[in-house]
Design a binder for this molecule. Structure first.
Ligand code: MIG
Length: 802
């Protein structure tokens, strides 16, 4: 049995450019400060760093700003200091400990860097570090279970998990990043290794966390906070952020495996419009294809797709079609024949093209890591997309391969041979090294192809992914089930994805496997209000799951939440703008905004949409109330207007039509008119709901689909609320950017307003019961300021009286 080795004593050190190299008598440790809070650490067991592959990062070390560092030494230690943190290297043991400005240790080596070789050329690398008192762990990409991963062992290996449950690990998406948090100090780690790997967060040995990989380098990026927001922004710098999505993709998506015929699709679309239920997109699953051949149509069921899509478009619908990883072996099928001729598919070590079973039975797999393969796939996608398709949905891209053909039952999903070579000629790797990247590379292919074909912002949805997927695609959480525990699990799953750098995420509303009850569906649709990617989807052998199939009561609830989502699009879209710049998630656990309040650390069942809205969904049957925790500060009940001062625990009323929802004091919530689809009407009137307190909000607007914003065709308006005693001022900033919204009405609704407040605005409408003062203004783009006098005593009196 081989055993792990450590680098040992640091004999000497030298600087090479921005990197500090520690020579440990053979092994070398490299430390590179990339910014004043991001430090990259690498180990070369044999002393020389190969020009190793860093597959997923968005920028090379040279593209980071670097950091001013000071180095000092004592007999036993070497200390490296940036403006925010210091790193102390213990020379006898070569162990690293980071310290914040208050000299609190974090991310401290327990055993530190390690490796072992099996003699046959394979090498494992590892690193063990200390878990500090009160520290908890989040992120880790797509996981089941609750929010905090302390005490768990988590594997990074993209896997088609058939019928997964609350304890299944791993799933389809592998993102080896995490956030560590204790009051006052957050840091993050990106384990820059694509091989099969795992995190052990104190499961094996309490008080110690460990990362281990079955190949490649021990290479990690340490990101210092001290807030979760800064850690996630650091992941954004390393791995990239999500470019602004097309605005229509923030609307509701309706899917099913499958809407099998043109008539079926037309009927579903017509039903949405007839019933006034907002919807933007219809997804076509694998049955639209001719024998599961990507980019083809089943001619009998879809005789005239162009006309179908054009008709749907006139009604405000977009069409997204699925494309699977497996390409059907069929010499008469152009994608296969052309790909064979041009050598686009993966080959086994004996040189034969690899074949495996997927939906079309014998299938081959494109080598999406090669740029020429991506361009070629894009050409085939182009001809199909030209028929009017707006987005591409990638599936089975873990990649999944079955042991026996589907026609004979399929068996358990596996993947392609690990020794298969992949990647461009200059950078060949084995599937073992890049398995986790297959889904991301396919999504990148779809994205680049769509961008090229349509010239508009692409919409791509993928099931499998690795860190950095946010640059190309939205993600959904695969095949969940129509069960209450899956609704519960959706919340931490989506929030942890957000903390892992992926903002556009959702689960199949209503659940994929099995049949939802109306009650489960309504509660899921309420969570769907908040999901950045909001799509209903269900499996082939289930009952229909459209919002109207559960009867009028459920339909009405679904309609009202979808209408609310569409009204909130200006808020949501502005969050996407923010996210594109910083990497901030849209859906956030409370700890993101309240990191010093450890009462938020285990809250897996409350979510924040942006900085201002806090939701406490119901996820159990028969519930009409639930416990809610509101952290420090003032809050407003969205439904009643009641003011609540936190920190507090309360019992919220939640009859079936109500998901408890709160607004943070200082919030400025931008909303628009009621819509049946995102581009139905211009943003007029623009409504701003003001909740007294200190706060700011930047409204982002543009044409919603093009890249013109990159040339400044955008409109940014900064709003600010300031509360001083009983005075509240509301500032409207001048617009920035060269996109001009139409002249429109601005509706300002001040919550928590008293009769005294209203007295200064004699012409305005005042709702005494709800304490809302409504002002109608002309939104002409000029900056201005409105002042209000609040009357706290009267206000509280009014509220208590109810
Ligand atoms: O083996 O395309 O997760 O959303 O409906 C199942 C059929 C293949 C799995 C996806 C699911 C999709 C289904 N697919």
């Amino acid at each position: 049995m081989p055993s792990f080795t450590q680098p040992g004593t640091v004999r000497s050190y030298q600087r090479e450019g921005n990197t500090l190299l520690l020579d440990c008598d053979g092994p070398v440790v490299a430390i590179t400060p990339l910014t004043d809070r991001i430090i990259r650490v690498r180990l070369a067991p044999e002393g020389a760093f190969e020009p190793r592959r860093s597959w997923a990062v968005a920028r090379s070390d040279e593209e980071f700003p670097g950091a001013g560092v000071e180095i000092s030494t004592t007999e036993q230690t070497l200390v490296l200091e940036t403006s925010t943190l210091s790193l102390r290297i213990d020379l006898p043991s070569s162990k690293l400990t980071f310290f914040d400005a208050r000299q609190q240790p974090f991310c401290a080596d327990e055993i530190g860097l390690q490796w072992q070789s099996d003699g046959a050329g394979a090498r494992q690398v590892a690193c063990s570090k200390r878990i500090e008192a009160g520290e908890h762990f989040y992120g880790f990409g797509e996981r089941t279970g609750k929010l905090d991963k302390l005490g768990q062992r988590l594997v990074n290996w993209t896997t088609d998990q058939y019928q997964y449950g609350p304890c299944t690990d791993p799933l389809y998406i592998a993102i080896p990043t995490f956030l560590a948090l204790r009051p006052g100090l957050a840091y993050g780690v990106f384990f820059n290794n694509t091989w099969h790997s795992r995190f052990d967060m104190g499961a094996q040995q309490p008080g110690v966390w460990r990362m281990e990989a079955d190949g490649g380098d021990l290479d990690y990026y340490l990101v210092y906070g001290p807030t979760p927001e800064e850690v996630v922004a650091g992941f954004g710098q390393i791995l990239g952020t999500t470019p602004l999505p097309p605005r229509w993709s923030l609307g509701y998506h309706q899917s099913r495996w499958s809407y099998k015929t043109e008539a079926d699709v037309r009927q579903v679309a017509a039903e949405f419009r007839r019933r006034g239920i907002p919807c933007d997109t219809i997804h076509l699953d694998i049955d639209h294809m001719d024998g599961y051949r990507n980019f083809t149509w089943n001619g009998a069921n879809f005789p005239d797709p162009r006309t179908l899509i054009a008709d749907l478009q006139r009604d405000g619908f977009r069409v997204v079609t699925i494309a699977d990883a497996g390409v059907k072996v069929d010499p008469d099928y152009p994608l296969y024949a052309d790909g064979m001729e041009r050598n686009m598919f993966l080959r086994r070590s004996d040189g034969e093209v690899f074949q495996g079973f997927v939906w079309p039975d014998d299938s081959v797999f494109a080598d999406f890591m090669r740029p020429d393969v991506r361009a070629w796939w894009g050409e085939h996608q182009h001809d199909f997309v030209q028929q009017g398709i707006s987005g591409i949905w990638n599936d089975m891209n873990e990649p999944t391969v079955f042991a026996i053909p589907f026609s004979q039952g399929g068996g358990d999903p596996g993947t392609i041979d690990l020794d298969i070579a992949q990647g461009p000629a200059c950078d060949r790797a084995t599937h073992a090294e890049v398995h986790n990247l297959y889904g991301s590379a396919m999504a990148q292919t779809s994205y680049e192809g769509l961008k090229h074909s349509r010239g508009e912002r692409p919409f791509v949805l993928t099931r499998a992914a690795y860190a950095g997927i946010q640059r190309w695609s939205a993600c959904w959480m695969g095949d969940n089930a129509s069960r209450w525990e899956h609704l519960e699990m959706a919340m931490p799953q989506l929030m942890n994805m957000g903390l892992s750098g992926v903002p556009l995420v959702g689960t199949d509303i209503g659940g994929f496997y099995g049949n939802a009850s109306g009650e489960l569906f309504a509660r899921w649709m309420q969570l769907g209000l908040l999901m950045p990617f909001s799509r209903g989807h269900s499996a082939a052998d289930t009952e229909r799951h459209e919002p109207w199939v559960f009867g009028p009561e459920i339909e009405e609830i679904c309609t009202s939440y979808l209408r609310l989502r569409y009204r909130l699009l200006p808020y949501l879209y502005s969050l996407c703008w923010e996210s594109s710049r910083s990497g901030a998630p849209l859906l956030r656990p409370l700890l993101y905004h309240f990191p010093d309040d450890s009462a938020t650390y285990q809250l897996h069942d409350q979510l924040m949409l942006g900085p201002s809205l806090l939701a406490a969904p119901i996820y159990q049957p028969g519930r009409e109330h639930r416990h809610v925790y509101l952290p420090a500060g003032d809050w407003f009940d969205w439904w009643t207007g009641e003011q609540i001062t936190g920190p507090t625990h309360l019992l919220a009323q939640a009859p079936l039509e109500r998901m408890p929802l709160y607004v943070r004091a200082g919030a400025i919530i931008a909303s628009g008119p009621e819509l049946s689809y995102t581009d139905e009407k211009a943003l007029d009137p623009l409504t701003l709901d003001l909740y007294p307190g200190d706060g700011a909000f930047s409204l982002y607007e543009d044409d919603g689909f093009s890249f013109d914003y990159q040339q400044g065709q955008l409109c940014l308006t900064d709003y600010r609320l300031r509360k001083t005693g009983e005075r509240l001022s509301f500032e409207i900033g001048a617009r920035a950017g060269s996109y001009t919204p139409p002249r429109r009405q601005l509706v300002v609704r001040l919550h928590g307003a008293s009769r005294r407040t209203a007295a200064d605005y004699p012409g305005a409408q005042y709702d005494a019961e709800r304490g809302v003062l409504t002002l109608l203004l002309d939104d002409d783009g000029q900056s201005r300021q409105l002042d209000f006098v609040l009357d706290e005593a009267a206000e509280l009196g009014d509220m208590r009286g109810r």
